[in-house]
Design a protein around this ligand. Sequence first.
Ligand SMILES: Nc1ncnc2c1ncn2[C@@H]1O[C@H](COP(=O)(O)OP(=O)(O)OP(=O)(O)O)[C@@H](O)[C@H]1O
Length: 603
Amino acid sequence: MEKGPIDSLHVCKALDIECNSLSLTVRQDKECKKIIRGVTGTFKSGELTAIMGPSGAGKTSLLNILTGYQKSGVEGVIKCKNGKKTKTGSSQYKNDSCYILQDDHLIAYFTVYEIMYSTTQLKISEQSKEKNDLLIDSILTTLGLEKVKNIRCGNLSGGQRKRLSIALELIDDPPILFLDEPTTGLDSSSSNQCVQMLKTLAERGRTIVCTIHQPSASMYHLFSHVYIMAKGKCVYQGAPENTVPYLALHGYICPKYHNPADFLLEVTSDASTQDIDKFAIAATETNWRSSINSENDKVSEKEVDIKRQSDSYDYPDVDRSKRPQSQWKVFKVLLKKQFIHQYRDWTVAKLKLVVHFLVGIFLGVTFQNCGNDASKTLQNFSFFITGVVYLCYTSLMPAALRFPQELKIIKKEHFNRWYKLRTFYAAFLAADLPMQVLLAVSYTTSAYVATSQPLEFSRFFMVLLIHSLIGLVASGMGIMFGSLVNPVNGTFIGAISTVTMLSVAGFLCFFPHMNTVFYYASNLSYFSFSMEGLLQAVYGYNREKLVCPEDEIFCLYTSPKQFLTELGMDKLPYWVDVGWITGYFILFRLLAYYSLKFRLKHL
Ligand SMILES: Nc1ncnc2c1ncn2[C@@H]1O[C@H](COP(=O)(O)OP(=O)(O)OP(=O)(O)O)[C@@H](O)[C@H]1O
């Protein structure tokens, strides 16, 4: 065989997957529903297997079980054979396999090379840039992506995105690849190319299993092994060229020139439950894969070894089986990715920074001079309330809306063992912290000056600190809501929680006027600590009497101390308020982490 670019890829250790009596039961409307019913089969290394069947047959469910993505409600045995046996779900099995989901879940703002390079740093322990670049080039060439190396993922075509998803998983060279509908959304030529590429990868010793919807006749014959599902059962497993005789044996004659794949799907989708049961028995009784399992086609361990030796000369000398030892290294890679993402997505950083600054000026015009005018003390109070609610909303809502999308990327990357969740979360937090502070700086600078607050650095800093903490707490709440529920419910719960906290925060109903229950409930609202801290920052610490303008007949609050006392905002010292808000920050970030962990398990 002529040596093409794909030959530069490594040849893997051979791993076969055997499943026995697999079943999956889910709860639906308080009833148990069996989706997969006693499925048995073998997926061999060196083979490209297609799981096919009519819509709703259970293809994706079976794949989810084989990958270990679906754990609850699963019964039966799955074994992975490599001399010794490994169970699915074990860390060895996870190390040896990867799952490429139907949707690509790529971050649009990174180029193909950048995403490949950062993934290389996350997945393998090799440190040298030159070696990693060689590896990336060889994989990109293999998958025909070398021409789009410097294109951002958001600008790639569907087929290129799909190939990039495969390329990312090939970095650590797993012997087993699972793909959910890799050809969906591709035209027939791209679909054929994609399947041809998978076949070549399989021939290098990998075990490749994918679900496929309705392959053309030419594509159907590219598969080494097809596994047909109907009504949760396996109705045929064997070589694609054996399907016509198999169906003929059961009295279904495939018309001449008819695509056998289409005919098989027509028969199985129209078949009665009794016929499906008959097919299921026949599928296990006879070995229909034998015709392709001739000695010539079989990729034996020995042959794999020979191929490995002959391929090694044009392959970068990188041990791809070793993961990075240090989580610190992984953290740095993830943090850099977060910063680049923030910088390139103009809606995350640049737009928000400008809008915060402009809103500060707008509030300055609305609440003009209220910072030092004794006749406008209550207006100044309203200005701070507006600021607290504004900063809370603008941090909480985007997090609640965006996080469900990010969750899919995290789920994919975490499932394929790119990183530990706690390392990702630490990097996410470390990137969010300066962002929230920057946003608070932008808003506070313009609003503070425009409303004529006292021009003392210490007071400005105290206001800034509380504004930053508000953003941090609110964004933690947003992540928590975003990881637990969908965006619509997330924003709904976010709005409810904000209004509830607002109502007991001591602004709309002053603390001295609150009933005892609500007074104590106000401790649950970080708004009350924020307001108390903000007012103390500008009116506390021996601030001089406020000036009552000459054209005013009477100014109610010229004494800052009296103002704080009457509003009940002098109960706790400023730094205790800061301590409480910091406590809420830690609490919500921890809750967000555990809700994220919970959601990843149950997504
Ligand atoms: N969590 C669940 N709760 C209830 N029913 C489910 C659940 N997951 C899957 N099902 C049902 O199980 C059946 C098989 O679903 P599955 O997604 O595996 O089918 P499929 O063969 O991949 O279909 P398609 O080709 O349309 O994607 C479907 O009828 C589906 O509605």
